[in-house]
Design a protein around this ligand. Sequence first.
Ligand SMILES: NC(=O)c1ccc[n+]([C@@H]2O[C@H](COP(=O)([O-])OP(=O)(O)OC[C@H]3O[C@@H](n4cnc5c(N)ncnc54)[C@H](O)[C@@H]3O)[C@@H](O)[C@H]2O)c1
Length: 441
Amino acid sequence: MQEKIQQADGKLGILIPGLGAVATTLIAGVEAIRQGLSQPIGSLTQMGNIRLGKRTENRYPLIREFVPLADLKDIVFGGWDVYADNVFEAASKAKVLEPSLLAAIKPNLQALVPMKAVFDKSYVRNLDGSNVKQAATKYDLAKAVMDDIENFREANDCSRVVVVWCGSTERYIETGRVHETIEQFEEGLRENDPMISPSMIYAYAAIRLGVPFANGAPNLTCDIPALMELARRTETPIAGKDFKTGQTLMKTILAPGLHARALGIRGWFSTNILGNRDGLVLDDPDNFKTKEVSKLSVLDDILRPELNPELYGELYHKVRINYYPPHGDNKESWDNIDIFGWLGYPMQIKINFLCRDSILAAPIVLDLALFMDLSKRAGMSGIQEWLSFYFKSPQTAPGLRPEHDIFKQLIKLQNTLRHMMGEDLITHLGLDYYQDLVEAL
Ligand SMILES: NC(=O)c1ccc[n+]([C@@H]2O[C@H](COP(=O)([O-])OP(=O)(O)OC[C@H]3O[C@@H](n4cnc5c(N)ncnc54)[C@H](O)[C@@H]3O)[C@@H](O)[C@H]2O)c1
């Protein structure tokens, strides 16, 4: 496979629908890093190492030196938003990064002006922007997005492009008839079927062009049979859903540990307050429902109550998000976990995480863009399950349970990279050389 991977020559365009808090924190961050003002903390592609071979070989290269990834200096950003603010203005309003940092990179951010969005207020009732495309049909809107992608590629002399959805969470919908086949989906586009959401239109446009598409929100978007089939036909990598940050990141770190030690869990109550635009959108019950489904799914899959009814059969799991403007992007979350141990004796764990949502999400967007581009150059298409590591609600092949345990997700990600580069997969067995070491003492 290694010989087949095309090198990351030329520029990589990262196009983002939704230039809000997460996207502007990423773009400003990459600019600051390129100018030597900061470090890409939290990005596995930039700061992570990978073990190769046996433990005795002591080979731990940086991931970016092991696999051919686009260099940060070769990235060009662009995107769409329903508000016309340039990236400097949007980042200033998001109030994630210090004004002094933004001032140092102001001209580069000001130059980034969002393209007109595909938007439908019935999917996000709490937003009201006017930087929106007008067209007779959803099919025309999809063609307009395809033109945007091609024009961007040409204007910026990009050899490759990827798209990562960082737009608001859309209202909850389930897969329906129009999502089942490519033909039904295209007919729905021409007939303005209300079950086709804006994010699906961006996804369709990208996938039609063979441009990798990742979805950072919990909306269905490319997680429908029609777009999975289109991705297969156009040999396009796709991935989703919902960046794994904050409270859910903690949950998928802690729950596998409790489960590993066969400790029981009776209840897990999670509540959050946040005051950014994401919080405002999620204040609408239909949009919160999309997020709730994504957040609730993780524990069942990690704990498998059907296999361990004594430990997890009675588990009560509740997730709440409350819009609280004074906290802005600095989300605060509380978890109360009722666990029990030997002979059923109860214990409690309390977590109070004072996190910064976009600071945790920005490196995920960067890693996803770089790995999706790698997948494409490696000839890997369809659902990229090896990138589950980054998602709250990983997209999988139909009928397959998603893997939520972050440690298993990491093993899968690293083994995929080893596989791509022709290195031995690591099973952590070690018996083949352990005895030799003991005997050599
Ligand atoms: N920050 C995190 O930790 C985190 C974690 C998981 C998922 N997410 C998801 O990522 C997304 C972005 O989060 P954020 O904090 O940047 O939110 P945000 O509200 O600051 O930014 C979203 C942007 O998308 C724009 N938008 C909405 N619909 C659009 C459309 N159809 N086309 C183009 N632009 C559109 C909005 O105008 C807004 O500027 C949200 O869906 C959020 O739920 C964020």
